[in-house]
Ligand binder design. Structure first.
Ligand code: PMP
Length: 311
């Protein structure tokens, strides 16, 4: 079955979903995207799309910032996405990529108000983004996370990702798995596609929203389950770079990265350099939840059944 995209108001084969070279978003990053996971549940033979509404609500906040108006409500976006996933017929983990973008094919303008808006959503098969068992080696990046007064960091505005991409590329070129960005004040912010948690003295800490982080949906999921299932105390507070080095445990959270352990930062071991026991316990709880195996959290999971015969 060829993968299907919803593009320009229609379900079409993904390979035919394209835009012209003069499209505004291609030149200036005038788009807002999301990354949503569909987690394959082999017993039930369906995909559970995780916290889809929350992703679309965040996307529409980005659209409001970027003067992007879509003709769809959050409910309609969710229905379109389920239909698209079902038509694709994947029977494995997938990554869903909605993109709202300035679609006018005109480049010599920087005024958003004169441009039309487009929406595309498609899905690709997607396994692990980072190693979920071997703890990652991270560096602190010399790139800083943009301030809200530069490019608002609280939604996924495409142009803003140049910052993340520079940091990730330089980290990988230097032999690290991932970069950790600081904000302008020098406090720890997040990874290039993940939020960050440390465990110190039995308490979890994660940077607050006004430290220029993306308000991650996995971050909020982990905060919920850490408190409700493990009674862990969680602080949202500034984190110093030097605290990373002396954390008992450190992990990253994100739709793509799930809950990824970190074993080294700037060549200093975190704990014994392997995944710590609290990280492991949280990861186990988290995986059950995102695959729809924990009834208490099933409301976060939208089922999509692969269609064997295309309608
Ligand atoms: N920070 C950044 C910069 C990201 O791109 C992502 C991935 N969306 C995250 C954090 C994690 O957010 P979420 O858990 O909503 O995927």
């Amino acid at each position: 079955m060829p993968p299907i995209a919803f593009h320009k108001g229609e379900y079409i084969p993904l390979e035919q979903a394209s835009v012209g070279v003069m499209t505004h978003a291609l030149h200036y990053g005038t788009a807002v995207f999301e990354g949503i996971r569909g987690n394959w549940n082999s017993e039930e033979e369906l995909s559970y799309i995780f916290r889809m509404r929350d992703h679309y609500e965040r996307m529409l906040r980005g659209c409001a910032l970027m003067h992007l108006k879509l003709p769809y409500s959050v409910d309609e976006l969710c229905d379109i996405t389920v239909e698209m996933v079902e038509r694709c017929g994947y029977t494995e983990d997938i990554y869903i990529r909605p993109l709202a973008y300035k679609s006018t094919e005109r480049v010599a303008t920087l005024n958003l108000h004169t441009l039309d808006d487009g929406f595309t959503v498609f899905a690709i098969p997607f396994g692990a983004y980072m190693d979920l068992e071997a703890a990652a080696h991270c560096c602190t990046s010399s790139w800083r996370r943009p301030e809200d007064t530069m490019i608002p960091p609280g939604t996924k505005i495409s142009g803003g990702y140049v910052n993340n991409i520079l940091a990730k590329s330089d980290a990988v070129a230097a032999g690290f798995d991932e970069a950790i960005l600081l904000n302008q004040a020098g406090f720890v912010c997040e990874g290039t596609g993940e939020n960050l948690f440390i465990l110190r003295n039995g308490k979890l800490a994660t940077p607050p929203l006004d430290d220029n982080i993306l308000p991650g949906i996995t971050r909020s999921t982990v905060m919920d389950i850490a408190y409700n299932e493990m009674r862990l105390e969680i602080e949202e507070r500034h984190i110093l770079r030097s605290e990373l080095y002396i954390a008992d445990e450190l992990f990253l959270t994100g739709t793509a990265a799930h809950l990824t352990p970190v074993g080294k930062v700037d060549n200093r071991s975190i704990g014994d350099g392997n995944m710590g026991p609290v990280t492991r316990a949280l990861q186990t709880l988290y995986f059950d939840i995102v695959r729809g195996r924990n009834p208490k959290y099933r409301h976060w999971c939208t089922p999509a059944s692969p269609r064997l015969v295309k309608a």
